[in-house]
Design a protein around this ligand. Structure first.
Ligand code: UDP
Length: 241
């Protein structure tokens, strides 16, 4: 299902944590969701972008953490996948309220609240100008939503994965620990591996590398950055071959 038009087709990876306001007990901040929706709308209104969004669930639950505390890993991961559906519905609601047609496709069938993921259908919906939110991760335990983003980008023939994070790009060491850390404008997949730079988890990273899909790592907290990233502006770090 390679894209048919000349529009930019991108997959935006939004972590669950991004939807929570720091320090708040609420898992989802309606204000943050609203801001994300506004930024997405601004980009969609240009008519130049086809957008798929992969949402995480870490604001509710992470399978690996629950498993480290004794829970069966697969069970904990299914709980995590269901958490992503809540975030997807919140985001869909905010987008539709602004008049942006949005479809949630879930990798786990949940037909009262979302369509079930069908690759060719999703690709058509993207081509028709719908924002498609991919919920429930890959539908399988032991994977992450970063990997989901890499997988959906590969399946949808996307031009880029846009990885929204809390830092403004990839650094040669942790900028929170090392004040002299150097930020890259561009870095190769190979260099990320040899320097052990954590861009995404290793499964997600190798999927992007193997399928030659560049990853753009950018700071989502700076207002306007999501729109800029969707429109292909030069923000953050480009990871490519
Ligand atoms: N998850 C899973 N399979 C997938 C995607 C996600 O089992 O394909 C589970 C996993 O437990 C994960 C949780 O869903 O911890 C939430 O996703 P993630 O941690 O990637 O969310 P984020 O960190 O982006 O908020």
């Amino acid at each position: 299902a390679k894209k048919l038009s000349s529009k930019r087709r991108v997959i935006l990876k939004l972590s669950g944590e991004a939807l929570r306001e720091a320090g708040s007990k609420d898992n989802i901040s309606p204000e943050i969701v609203d801001r994300m929706a506004c930024e997405v709308k601004a980009a969609m209104d240009t008519g130049k972008v086809e957008l798929g969004v992969v949402v995480g669930g870490g604001n509710f639950w992470r399978g690996a953490s629950a498993s480290a505390r004794g829970m069966d890993r697969a069970t904990a991961d299914y709980v995590g996948m269901l958490a992503t559906v809540m975030n997807a519905l919140a985001l869909q609601g905010a987008l539709e309220e602004k008049g942006v047609p949005t479809i949630v496709q879930s990798a786990i069938e949940m037909k009262n609240v979302a369509e079930t993921f069908i690759r060719r259908k999703a690709s058509r919906q993207l081509a028709n100008g719908h924002v498609v939110i991919f919920a429930a991760g890959t539908g399988s335990p032991f994977f992450s939503t970063d990997t989901t983003a890499a997988l959906r980008a590969s399946e949808m023939g996307a031009d880029q994965v846009l990885k929204a994070t809390m830092v403004d790009g990839v650094y040669d060491s942790d900028p929170k620990k090392n004040p002299d850390a150097k930020r890259y404008d561009r870095v190769s997949f190979q260099e990320c591996i040899s320097r052990q730079l954590q861009v995404m988890d290793s499964t997600a990273f190798s999927l992007c590398m193997d399928n030659k899909i560049p990853i753009i790592v950018f700071d989502l907290e700076k207002p306007g950055n999501v729109t800029a990233a969707l429109l292909g502006e030069d923000i953050g770090t480009v990871v490519d071959s």
